[in-house]
Design a protein around this ligand. Sequence first.
Ligand SMILES: [Zn+2]
Length: 324
Amino acid sequence: LSWAILGLLWGCGSDSSDSSMSKRRQWMVPNDKIKVLTTISMIQDIVQQIGGEHVEVLSLITGELDPHSYQLVKGDGELLAFADLIIYNGLGLEHGPSLQKFLLGNSKAIAVGDQIMRTSPELFIVTQSQIDPHIWMDISLWNRIIPIVVEALTAKDPSHAKDFEENGLAVQKKMLAAHESIRSQMERIPSEKRYLVTSHDSFHYFTKAYLTDNQELETEAWRSRCAAPEGLSPESELSTSDIHHIIEHLQKYTVRVVFTESNVSRDSIRKIVAIGKEKGFSIQIAKDCLYADSMGHANGKELDYLGMIQHNASVIAGHLEASE
Ligand SMILES: [Zn+2]
């Protein structure tokens, strides 16, 4: 079963593997640009904006592929060897053994999340004693990768240091404006409707940044604003206690709409809705899916990083506001 077919089954579109192959071949053509390989598209977008015409950036994991479990495939070794610079998320996101083995201790690989963690550990969310790697879900936190990328590009190509710095400042400004705009968009949803249930535990940072009342941040109270049947990586089988926990959550907070994610099977969400119905309360599955671990498409166009977060915000706001 190819990923293109899976994309169709899950109904959220995906990158065609043909265009992805030709992008790979094109990127391997030597020229005077810095060849940057990123693991996920959310990093690729930021590096491209900062590096501008001085870089050529390729994302190893594209379309609807799952970055948590991604394993190297034929041709990946060549890309990794060819890259001048490899930028990845870290924080345990890329834990497919063959990829992880390549990244750890690699002198040309930089883990943006791990670097932020070293200076600002208080910004990170820990769930069941694991650091949550989904830091791109809070724009103000993702913003902190900018100086790390600027520094890495400058080290490779000092002659364009000024361009990288200026581009970095411009991206930063755009990101902070988007962050504020999503905060106000979410504030308009009545507090009692601001509860998010998704496929896997990928929206904690989003919830903490955008769905929470300020006083809930002083304790762990904000955590009740989101829940998911699957854990930090969408690879676990649902246990009876997972199901019980979610059903209880839906009842306690009168959650009436649940969200699927583009690259996670809808089975667990469907199961939850069916069990909820048996218990006599009606839950809808939101008609648009969310993008958590992949950037996705909207109206036939590939989304960029901010487009992805804004898509999620609009889908969430629309469905929560309309819920009864
Ligand atoms: Zn994830």
